[in-house]
Design a protein around this ligand. Structure first.
Ligand code: HEC
Ligand code: HEC
Length: 381
């Protein structure tokens, strides 16, 4: 089952010369100054902490080092900033910029607010005040025609939310979804998949190919103007290859790849996510949806939106925990069509705080021969 999030890495690759996985872990190659979020063998025997890996950490101490970069993305998203608004390019450890020094104070302030008022729960974050701006607003806005339209739409939604024959548990909702995509019988008849299409971002678009083989073989390639980016998983080793060479994907990113690689993802829903619960009924466009929440790990939670009408998964929001708040990636699944009796979404709109992209498959074929060696890690260069 193709998932929108397989492109998350790519969203960020395009954003600069650096390679960033926004997910739990990260791979960051900044002129060789530091590398890979997958550090073990620290003094304490576990993951390395921020202050063990970076040079000038004064407030974000004692956290796993791989959490630092996602937290920096959280700052960007909350303030509408780039790295360079707070950092001198190439010298992230320098305290030269007043914005960086201010940010330290703000981190302490936010920690104090939450500790003194919300039992230490992350109720107030940078975004609470900043809302994507450096200068938080102090005066409530005046009403606009647009806001009035939104209010009216919300009132209308309240009426749509009455669902006849409403399901009551996450198990029922997921069982309906599994049936809707074809069920076990249909999945039993396919053993491989080849998906080809394009991802469009603004006025640029690039080619995507994904190969999958039951039960967990996975390969994807993205052709960008500056080279091809590949990822693969052969049941044991996960890897990525870019124009600079190939490298193994370690914990915790490998967990994402394993989810992408699950050929029977819809059927394994209850196995792949824990703590699943039916939390709400909402409206998306003209459709009323069941909202089911769950986690795939301690730092990754999801909201899944299933159409009450068709039973299909129409939206997924992935929340990545950072030290100071969550970031979200939203995927809308559209244009479901049959491939050998299984329904696949031919279109996915994936958006995070930085950008929005539209993936469209022109062809999804099942049961074509695929050689296993494409899933193995290529030689390092
Ligand atoms: C709102 C300001 C802000 C933004 C935006 C920001 N940072 Fe930071 N960054 C900080 C602060 C503050 C620290 C120091 C934290 C501490 O002292 O505990 C820091 C520390 C770092 C460090 C550790 C440096 C060292 O060796 O001590 C790195 C690396 C880093 N940031 C990278 C980035 C990257 C990459 C981006 C953009 C994706 C970014 N930052 C965006 C405020 C920011
Ligand atoms: C309770 C509200 C509140 C929260 C929460 C908050 N800020 Fe602020 N922040 C402000 C206000 C108000 C200002 C503008 C006043 C000033 O510059 O002194 C500001 C200013 C800033 C500035 C300076 C901007 C500039 O252009 O000079 C930075 C950087 C900043 N905040 C970072 C953060 C970060 C990072 C967080 C989360 C750790 C955060 N803030 C959380 C209220 C908040």
């Amino acid at each position: 089952m193709p998932k929108g999030k397989f492109l998350r890495g790519i969203i960020l690759i395009i954003s600069g010369a650096v390679l960033i996985g926004l997910s739990a872990g990260w791979t960051f190659q900044n002129k060789g100054s530091f590398k890979s979020g997958n550090q073990k063998d620290s003094k304490s025997g576990g993951e390395k902490t921020t202050e063990e890996v970076f040079k000038n950490i004064k407030v974000l101490k004692g956290m796993p080092a791989y959490q630092l970069l996602p937290t920096m993305h959280f700052f960007e998203a909350s303030l509408g900033f780039d790295c360079s608004n707070c950092h001198v390019r190439g010298h992230n450890d320098s305290d030269q910029k007043p914005e960086k020094r201010k940010a330290r104070k703000m981190i302490e302030m936010v920690e104090a607010i939450n500790k003194n008022n919300f039992d230490g729960k992350q109720m107030v974050t940078c975004f609470t005040c900043h809302q994507g701006n450096a200068d938080p607003k102090t005066i409530p806005a005046v009403m606009t025609a647009e806001m009035m339209k939104e209010e009216r739409a919300e009132e209308k939604n309240d009426q749509l939310i009455k669902v006849p024959n409403r399901l009551n548990t996450s198990e029922e909702i997921i069982a309906k979804y599994q049936q809707a995509v074809g069920g076990k019988d249909a999945f039993d008849k396919i053993t491989s998949l080849k998906l080809e299409g394009t991802a469009a971002m603004g006025n640029r678009s690039f080619e995507i190919t994904i190969l999958q083989k039951a039960p967990y073989y996975y390969y994807s390639s993205f052709k960008l103007p500056f080279g091809t980016f590949e990822r693969g998983y052969n049941g044991k080793t996960g890897w990525e290859k870019n124009p600079r060479g190939a490298q193994e994907i370690g914990e915790p990113d490998i967990q994402d790849l394993k989810l992408d690689a699950d050929f029977y993802a819809p059927l394994n829903f209850l196995k792949n996510y824990s703590g699943l619960k039916f939390s709400d009924v909402e409206v998306i466009g003209k459709d009323t949806v069941y909202v089911v929440e769950g986690n795939s790990s301690s730092i990754r939670r999801y909201k899944f939106y299933f159409s009450t009408r068709t039973g299909l998964l129409v939206r997924e929001i992935q929340y990545d925990k950072t030290l100071l708040g969550d970031l979200q990636t939203k995927t809308d699944y559209k244009d479901y069509r049959h491939v050998n009796g299984v329904l696949f979404p031919y279109e996915m709109q994936v958006a995070n705080y930085e950008r929005d992209q539209d993936i469209k498959f022109s062809s999804i074929q099942a049961n074509i021969p695929v050689e296993n060696k494409i899933f193995d890690m290529p030689a390092k260069k």
